[in-house]
Design a protein around this ligand. Structure first.
Ligand code: SAJ
Length: 408
């Protein structure tokens, strides 16, 4: 039996997938509301594929807040970073493992899926296990799934497994190969920790390059998207997309783990983080000049489309829109109209919950997230007559519809 600890956007799909493929799964989470909604079948997810998988198997899974006496554990709890030291804050995985060692069986395997900086498991988790009076094995199996395509990627992405010896590696491989069709790479715990952080850091640096390129092209009077499109025709060039900043609790966080642990060796990584975190201010400064050009003096005539960290998700963690709003003066933040089709709860004083109501409330539309909703032609045509500042390069049709079209 496998006890999955932490039923968030990683733990839950993993528990569902394991159960679908024959495992006897207990899903544990400290949030009683999460447990109750999962148990009674009322849980709902922004990804349709997860809803389908959930409806198919939820009755087979024992959802509870307690931890189970088992021999296999998967820990998928948050690993925030300390904003001052830039180091990983391991408190949640430490707490989870402390609770597991109280109930787990002899010869159990604890698999940490949460993203951690290299050396975290040795430093914070191994002492707990060694301090227990049980023979317990550790492993690290970081996930690579992309929110908006979680179920497909759970099955098809390759997987990295780190452990101390072949026997444990083979046991953990058996668990993941029950659903993973991708290649499974077996290595040490520390290499697995490092590769996960490196993957996200690589992406953050490349997004920072695209964001710097956007600023260079803006000053040069060039269309950065045309430059990127043509440059990417080169067989060994793959420039990513510029945007209003980098959000989410992965790409915007994981690089800091390396900066925090290796401050002298991470100037490039550090600079990339500052480039990406400076984009909301760049957007604000550009918006201010657009407002002057368009004779709009009051933020009450400005509307922000999109609050989530990226398209077609309902997660607002570290989102560029939230970063943008946090740098506005309070009086302006209270005036600006915000709207996001994925956000149903009131988060800001002037928030719309209907696309047309949102458009009726503003003269300038600042597009910060490229949800499918804003890309469909019916809604694009509703932008006719608006001044549009499009930070996500929604598409050519928008240029022809907007009264005046600006982009990054
Ligand atoms: N973004 C850009 N330009 C781009 C791509 C993304 O500005 O070209 C922005 C997005 O708008 C968003 C942020 O970056 O604000 C991150 O979005 P993302 O889609 O790049 O990544 P996440 O955070 O949703 O998922 C990433 C993935 N990591 C990589 O692609 C290397 C995923 O595979 C990981 O599993 C996930 O982090 C994680 O949980 O670590």
């Amino acid at each position: 039996m496998i006890n999955v600890i932490g039923l968030g956007y990683i733990g839950l799909p993993t528990a569902l997938m394991l159960s679908k493929n024959g495992a006897d799964v207990v899903g544990s989470d400290i949030n009683q509301d999460v447990v109750s909604s999962l148990k009674d079948g009322s849980a709902f997810f922004s990804e349709e594929e997860i809803n389908k998988l959930y409806k198919e198997v939820y009755k087979k899974i024992d959802f509870k807040s307690e931890y189970e006496a088992a021999d296999r554990y998967i820990v998928a709890v948050p690993t925030p970073f300390d904003r001052d030291t830039k180091k990983v804050d391991p408190k949640y995985i430490v707490k989870a493992v402390e609770e597991i060692v109280k109930v787990c069986e002899e010869d159990s395997i604890i698999i940490i899926e949460s993203t951690v900086s290299p050396g975290t498991i040795d430093k914070f988790i191994r002492p707990i296990v060694e301090g227990s009076n049980k023979k317990i094995h550790l492993a690290h199996a970081p996930e690579r799934i992309l929110p908006t395509n979680i179920v497909y990627e759970l099955v098809n992405n390759s997987r990295t497994i780190g452990a101390d010896d072949k026997k444990v590696l083979d046991e953990v491989e058996k668990i993941y190969s029950s659903f993973c069709k991708g290649e499974i790479f077996k290595t040490s715990i520390k290499v697995a920790e490092m590769t996960k952080v490196v993957e996200n850091t690589y992406r953050d640096i490349n997004i920072a390059f695209a964001n710097e390129l956007a600023q260079i092209c803006d000053l040069s009077g060039l269309d950065v998207y045309e430059v990127i499109k043509i440059a990417n025709k080169h067989p060994r060039v793959n420039i990513l997309n510029p945007g209003p900043g980098v959000g989410g609790h992965c790409i915007s966080v994981d690089p800091w783990f390396l900066v925090g642990d290796f401050p002298k060796q991470t100037r490039l990584i550090n600079s990339a983080r500052y480039v990406n975190d400076s984009m909301p201010l760049y957007v604000k400064n550009k918006l201010n000049s657009i407002m002057i050009d368009e004779g709009i003096t009051d933020y009450s005539r400005v509307g922000i489309y999109g609050l989530t960290y990226k398209a077609n998700v309902d997660d607002v963690r570290e989102s560029p829109s939230m970063q943008f709003l946090s740098i506005l003066k309070e009086e302006d933040r209270d005036k600006i109209v915000v709207y996001d089709p994925y956000i149903k709860k009131m988060m800001y004083r002037s928030q719309a919950f209907d696309f047309q109501d949102f458009l009726n409330s503003c003269d300038i539309v600042l597009i910060m997230v490229d949800h499918e909703e804003i890309k469909n032609s019916t809604n694009v045509s509703k932008l006719r007559g608006k001044v549009v500042f499009d930070t996500k390069h929604i598409g050519e049709e928008l240029k022809n519809r907007a009264k005046v079209y600006y982009s990054l």
